[in-house]
Structures are given as structure tokens and as C-alpha cells.
Design a protein around this ligand. Structure first.
Ligand SMILES: [Zn+2]
Length: 402
């Protein structure tokens, strides 16, 4: 009864704590493509905003420049007005001097005895009148000129005031524009940053989509499910027990006796012929070769390990248990071990063993390159040392467990 209660509690807690996957929350390649489209839209919008602010910034800068140019022109005009006022004042002074001179002459003439002489002398009198008229005319002319000059001076003074007022207006416009430039600059930098942020999201989403496509996710397949099947974080041993009988590297060929031939794999022996060989990581079957005279049945599996493409290959198989394009996990039996009595058609094996290859990149169908490379050449030229990825004890020391 006590145990029964415990079981109930366990079941209830399992029910509570087991994460449930809601179909509505499913992330698929399609949902990521939607996200990508949103980011693209946001990026376009952010870029447009940044460009608009940039052009406003440029307009403000141009206005400041134009105002400064106008101020320069106006200052020149003020200078010209000043010079003209000075010149006119000199002219006025000269004219006043002239008038004074004429007046003096006239006064002298009128104030002296000569005046009487003039009056008594008809001829001289006529001359006097004539002189008087001339002087009056000349001074009237000068006076008119002076008035004109004074009017001009007044005009220039008004202009000076107007220009000074205009300069004040322009200066205050510049001050406002300079404030605008500062705030627009800040705004622009912010918008550029937003653009870069969105671009980063855009790029990483694109990279993630590429990754999902590369590991074979379907448009509407749940991503967790897809990565679980196709992608992986590393390799494990392809057989549950055994011993390394031949290392990766140069060796004396056991068949031909040739020294220094390259062995691009680990040979794993000690298993019963016909026992299971597993995929070393989640992946997709990328190539199958049946009953080769050298290598027997062979299976290639494509993997995506933390975003890097790899191919593992299993040679000298007795049976093949998968088909091309099959999605496999670490627990999928790709075939059974051969190379001994059961596979007399395989001329390149001296006993039961698995020739296990790891290579970078995908080889076989849907391959990136060297699709039709021969199994021998593939193993000899493309393989890397499996010991770099999976721990194996040294040659002839048994391991147990994957
Ligand atoms: Zn081998």
C-alpha cells in the first residue's frame, strides 16, 4: 500500500514536470523563414529611417552653411555701407567748406567799402549782382548735394540696422540648427545601431535556417525533433565492444605486405561477425555500396556536428540495415559486422572487423564535393583520425560500451 502511494506521487509529479510540447509553439523551418522576413522588413525600415535622418542632418548642415555664407555677405554689405557713409561725410564736409568759402567771399565783398564802390559804379554793381547770383546758385547746388548725401547716409544707416537684425536672426537660426544637428546626429547613430542589431539578427537567423536546411530539416518539421535526429554534438563508438586492431596512419598492408601504405581509418575487431554496427552520431545515410570486391558492403552517413559537416563510413559490413536518405540516430544499426567467414566476396579483409572512417565534409549522394570518389581513395585521402573525435584505448586493449 505504501508503494502504491509512492507510485501515485511519482506519476503525478511526472505528469506535472514533464514538459509538454504544444503544436502552436512548434518552431519549424517555416516559422524561422517568417522571422527572417520580419527581420528583413525591420532592417529595411531601420535603414530607411537612418537614411531619412541622414538626409535631414545634411539639410541642417547645408542650412548652417548657407546662413554662414549669408552672414559673410551681409558683413561685407555692412562694411561697404560704412565706407560709403565715410566717403559721403567727407563729401559733405567738403561741400560745407565750399559753401563757407563762397559765403566768406560774399561777406567780404558785401562788408567792405568795395561794396559802396560797387554801388556807385554801375558796371561794378552789375558785376556784384552777377557774382551774388552765381554764389547763391553754387551754394544752392551744394546744399542740394549735401541733402542727397545725407539721405544716402540715412539709407545706409537703415541698411546697417536691417543687416544687423538679419545677422541676429541668422545667428539664432544657426544656434537652433546646430542643436538640431547634434540631436539628429545622436538619432542617426542610434538608428545605425538599430540597423546593425537587426542585421545581426537577420544574419544569425539566415545562418540558422541554412544550418537547418543543411541537416535536412523539412519545412514544417519541428526543429527540436529535426536537430535531435540529424544534428549532433559529437561522435561515439560505432560498436559496443571490441579492440582497435589497426590505427589510423601509415602501416604495412596486411594483404599486400606493402610497407608505409596509408590506413585512413580505425580497424575495430573482436566482435562477433554479424553483430551490430551503429551510426557514430545522428545523421542521414549519404551513400551505400553493396558487395564491393574490396570493402564489402559499405555505408556512409552524413552528420552535422555543431554546424560542421562530417561523413562517417562503415566498411566490410556483412549486412546493410539502412537505406539511402534514412535519418539515423546514434542508436540506429547501419549494418552488421563482416569481413570474416560470412563475407567471402570481400577480398580486402583478413578477418572480422569494422573499418571505421571519419572525414570532414559530406561524401556520397547530396555531397558537397568528390561525389564519386572511390571508397579506397576516400578512406586514404579524406579521412581524419577517429581518435581525434572518439576515445579508444590503445591497440589490442578492449573497450566496453560506446
Ligand atoms: Zn581498415
Amino acid at each position: 500500500m505504501k508503494n502504491f502511494k509512492l507510485i501515485i506521487i511519482l506519476l503525478v509529479s511526472l505528469f506535472i514536470f514533464t514538459p509538454t510540447f504544444n503544436a502552436a509553439n512548434n518552431n519549424t523551418l517555416a516559422t524561422f523563414r517568417e522571422k527572417l522576413a520580419t527581420y528583413r522588413k525591420e532592417h529595411n525600415q531601420a535603414t530607411a529611417n537612418a537614411n531619412k535622418t541622414k538626409s535631414e542632418l545634411n539639410t541642417a548642415k547645408n542650412n548652417v552653411y548657407n546662413n554662414q555664407e549669408e552672414i559673410k555677405t551681409n558683413e561685407k554689405k555692412v562694411e561697404e555701407a560704412k565706407i560709403e557713409i565715410e566717403t559721403l561725410n567727407i563729401e559733405i564736409a567738403k561741400k560745407n567748406e565750399d559753401i563757407k568759402k563762397y559765403m566768406n567771399v560774399l561777406q567780404e565783398t558785401m562788408g567792405n567799402n568795395i561794396y559802396l564802390e560797387y554801388i556807385l559804379d554801375v558796371n561794378n554793381y552789375a558785376d556784384l549782382v552777377y557774382r551774388y547770383a552765381i554764389i547763391e546758385q553754387v551754394s544752392a547746388f551744394d546744399k542740394e548735394k549735401i541733402t542727397q548725401y545725407e539721405e544716402k547716409i540715412d539709407k545706409n544707416k537703415v541698411l546697417q540696422v536691417e543687416l544687423a537684425q538679419r545677422e541676429l536672426a541668422l545667428e539664432s537660426q544657426i544656434a537652433k540648427l546646430e542643436k538640431d544637428i547634434v540631436s539628429l546626429g545622436t538619432e542617426y547613430n542610434k538608428l545605425v545601431e538599430i540597423t546593425l542589431d537587426v542585421k545581426e539578427q537577420l544574419d544569425s537567423t539566415q545562418a540558422y535556417i541554412d544550418y537547418l536546411v543543411s541537416i535536412g530539416c523539412k519545412e514544417n518539421q519541428d526543429i527540436t525533433d529535426c536537430i535531435g535526429k540529424h544534428g549532433d554534438i559529437g561522435f561515439i563508438r560505432p560498436v559496443p565492444y571490441g579492440t582497435v586492431t589497426s590505427n589510423y596512419g601509415p602501416r604495412t598492408n596486411p594483404i599486400t605486405g606493402a610497407k608505409g601504405t596509408w590506413h585512413g581509418a580505425l580497424d575495430i575487431g573482436g566482435m562477433k561477425e554479424g553483430s551490430n554496427a551503429y551510426s557514430a552520431a545522428n545523421g542521414v545515410v549519404g551513400k551505400i555500396i553493396r558487395k564491393s570486391r574490396c570493402g564489402g558492403n559499405m555505408v556512409y552517413v552524413h552528420h552535422n556536428i555543431k554546424g560542421v559537416k562530417y561523413t562517417t563510413a562503415y566498411y566490410h559490413l556483412y549486412q546493410i540495415k539502412v537505406s539511402l536518405g534514412d535519418v539515423v540516430t546514434r542508436n540506429t544499426v547501419v549494418g552488421t559486422v563482416g569481413g570474416g567467414w560470412l563475407t567471402p566476396w570481400d577480398g580486402c579483409s583478413t578477418g572480422t572487423h569494422l573499418h571505421f572512417v571519419i572525414a570532414k565534409g559530406w561524401y556520397g549522394t547530396n555531397c558537397d564535393y568528390n561525389c564519386y570518389i572511390s571508397p579506397t581513395l576516400f578512406s586514404q585521402t579524406k579521412a581524419v583520425d577517429p581518435r581525434n573525435y572518439i576515445y579508444f584505448p590503445q591497440k589490442y586493449v578492449w573497450f566496453n560500451g560506446r
